[in-house]
Design a binder for this molecule. Structure first.
Ligand SMILES: [Zn+2]
Length: 443
């Protein structure tokens, strides 16, 4: 019943996979795990290569060679950038001149700054009789580049990966936490984050989640011909819980941006999040309490969330940064102004997210800083406050989303999007029901 996937338009990929398998068997090279990994990393959708070997092999450039010519061995090696290693250091064993290395860095720099290459960046080096034929690497999710020597010096050839867009549906039951259940069902982190933000407008993750509550997510996913995937926008979420029943749909008004809506077109998000942090435990509530550091009772003007140091903290709503620096007992603090007399405050941060300074405009859910233990704080936590007209209010009492509805001009298109998403979810439900007896039989 968990972990179901529905793909559309991915036939192309299936065909490619078949083509690769055929090529392997034609050229008589057994697809070992090593080979398969190489093929997966190799930019060309279908090519047969060997790790350094003396055995004569046809390579993917073979068609360019006259048929009668002796086939020279082509070797292909994977070079992986280690943490702290530079691009030129990695390629040192290739015995290229300093000018050549500079040229290579220069060619790559518009796509991939050599000084910012991440550890793990992989280069496929192909040689024929010790002469470099190409050095290929991934430049982005959709593009790769091959550095090739020529009479005019080194050149960069750009090529696109074959991409297929799909909609993925996953359904899972909550056990310990929504976050953990989503991760077990193989829902990408970026999708779980979107789901948590959407649901947090309705659900208090401390009080409203019960074991067995069921969640269905539909999200965009781009699949590459080597099998890699990249998730995109969460498009629909269904929460079938004991406390809450929700069906929400993402709809892009094009002008005015995208947001989540109920079945009937009512806007499904409030302008401030109750919980500006994911996976955290509410460690102290709003109201009177005994202060652990000061040792006397006073009013706690916000909520405390406990989570590991460095956990990202999100802007509760769209707004402007009005404070982002040390502030006495609050330590590193961010304050945001949201309009209509509302401000939010985030204290004891370890540090600020890149670009967060007074005057910066932020979006709802954007990371503004990281959980820490600065200022007058006994243990690592986030202290979060919401103010309305300069008076602290309990974030858990924030009003439910307003009754803003999609204008009539958008309703027809919204209904179409909603119905398509509903039928996708239905297919998965039917598939899951059909799958169940088989599983029982297996046991
Ligand atoms: Zn606090």
């Amino acid at each position: 019943m968990d972990n179901l996937r529905v793909y559309f338009g991915s036939l192309q990929h299936a065909e490619l996979t078949i083509a690769c398998v055929l090529a392997v068997s034609l050229f008589g090279c057994t697809p070992t795990a090593e080979n398969t990994a190489l093929m997966a990393q190799t930019p060309a959708p279908c090519s047969v290569q060997h790790q350094t070997t003396d055995e004569p092999q046809l390579d993917d450039m073979a068609p360019q060679l006259p048929a009668a010519e002796t086939v020279r061995p082509l070797t292909s090696e994977q070079w992986v950038l280690k943490s702290g290693q530079t691009f030129s250091h990695l390629l040192q064993p290739l015995a290229l001149s300093e000018q050549e290395l500079l040229r290579l860095a220069e060619l790559l720099s518009p796509y991939l700054a050599p000084e910012k290459m991440p550890a793990g960046q992989t280069f496929t080096v192909k040689k024929q009789q010790q002469v470099i034929q190409s050095i290929c690497t991934e430049l982005s999710f959709s593009q790769y580049g091959c550095l090739q020597p020529s009479e005019q010096g080194w050149q960069l050839e750009l090529q696109d990966f074959t991409l297929t867009n799909a909609q993925t549906v996953k359904q899972f039951r909550i056990d310990e936490s929504l976050f953990r259940a989503a991760s077990k069902a193989d829902v990408p982190l970026a999708v779980s984050n979107q789901a948590l933000i959407v649901l947090s407008h309705f659900i208090d993750f401390q009080r409203d989640i019960r074991e067995g509550d069921e969640v269905t997510v539909v999200y965009e996913e781009t699949q590459r011909n080597d099998g890699s995937r990249q998730s995109g926008q969460l498009q629909a979420i269904t929460f079938a819980g004991k406390q809450h029943q929700l069906q929400l749909y993402y709809f892009d008004k094009l002008q005015g941006g995208g947001a989540f809506y109920h079945q009937d077109g009512r806007l499904a998000q409030s302008f401030l999040l109750k919980t500006p942090i994911e996976g955290a435990r509410l460690s102290s509530k709003f109201g009177k309490r005994h202060h652990p550091v000061l040792g006397y009772t006073r009013v706690h003007k916000g909520l405390d969330f406990s989570a590991p140091v460095g956990t990202p903290i999100m802007a509760a709503g769209a707004g402007k940064v009005v404070h982002a620096s040390k502030m006495g007992s609050f330590g590193n603090m961010v304050k945001l102004e949201h309009g209509n007399g509302y401000t939010t405050l985030y204290a004891h941060l370890k540090g600020f997210a890149k670009g967060i300074k007074v005057g910066t405009q932020v979006k709802q859910g954007q990371v503004i800083g990281y959980l820490g233990n600065t200022g007058l704080s006994q243990a690592r936590h986030l202290h979060y406050e919401i103010h309305r007209d300069n008076k602290a209010i309990n974030p858990l009492d924030m009003k439910r989303p307003s009754h803003i509805k999609l204008p009539d001009t958008h309703m027809a298109r919204f209904a179409k999007v909603r119905n398509e998403l509903n039928s996708l979810k239905k297919e998965v439900r039917i598939a899951a029901q059909q799958k169940l007896p088989e599983e029982l039989q297996a046991e």
